[in-house]
Write a protein that binds this ligand. Structure first.
Ligand SMILES: [Mg+2]
Length: 226
């Protein structure tokens, strides 16, 4: 599952940028990136550069200010009840995604890391950017680690950088998504995140179904289910 504008409302990079006095500039770049109009990695570097000089304390401030999407707690509670593993795949920042995941009982996360020097953000990320391609790789890694066939995985996201993981998963769901993402997802859900449960329950074969699990074609699209 994606994090910004999917599990949580809003975009963390914008929340950080507001504290650097660059909120409007960063929000405009984010919007274009999520629509797929500009390269995600390039845009991330541009946006993170505007965070240079912020004290690391802003990371905890922003973590405390996160607001879960309506229905997120209900969705996670139901997935936990079913013992279905959940992973977070974020083009945002591990320094915020990891404590968020821990607070929600989610063990698997992949996100970018912010470089820090002398207690301040340098305006750079460490290591390779978690972009569209890396998000799909992360989904495959999570699936392998949990021994869940990719065809039984569900990917949920709102932005253009979620397109590859949405395509790779057996069921890809666009949430409050940009038009480009809606077009390429198996299903689209708006407003409440726990509404994905209806889609999942209508499209996931029962556990006793022994049909080939890794073939996405074995899964009827939600709109084909009577
Ligand atoms: Mg997002």
């Amino acid at each position: 599952m994606d994090v910004d504008s999917t599990l949580i409302t809003g975009e963390v990079v914008e929340m950080l940028a507001e504290r650097a006095g660059a909120g409007d500039v960063v929000a405009a770049v984010t919007e274009r990136a999520m629509r797929g109009e500009i390269d995600f990695a390039t845009s991330l570097h541009e946006r993170v550069a505007l965070l240079a000089g912020l004290p690391v304390s802003v990371l905890a401030d922003v973590t405390d200010a996160l607001v879960l999407t309506p229905g997120a707690r209900e969705l996670l509670a139901e997935l936990a009840r079913r013992d279905w593993p959940v992973g977070l795949v974020s083009g945002g920042f591990a320094e915020i995604v990891e404590p968020l995941a821990a607070s929600l009982g989610i063990r698997r996360t992949v996100a970018n890391r912010l470089e820090v020097a002398d207690g301040r953000l340098t305006g750079r990320v460490r290591g390779a950017v978690v972009d569209r391609a890396r998000k799909a790789v992360a989904l495959r890694e999570f699936a392998a680690a949990e021994a869940v066939p990719l065809g039984r995985c569900v990917a949920i996201g709102d932005g253009a950088n979620d397109l590859d993981m949405i395509a790779a998963a057996g069921l890809g769901i666009a949430f409050n998504a940009k038009p480009l993402v809606r077009e390429h997802a198996d299903a689209a859900v708006d407003e409440r995140l726990d509404a994905v449960l209806d889609i999942i329950d209508r499209s996931t074969p029962p556990a006793t179904d022994l049909s080939p699990l890794s073939a996405p074609s074995a899964h009827p699209r939600p709109d084909e289910v009577s």
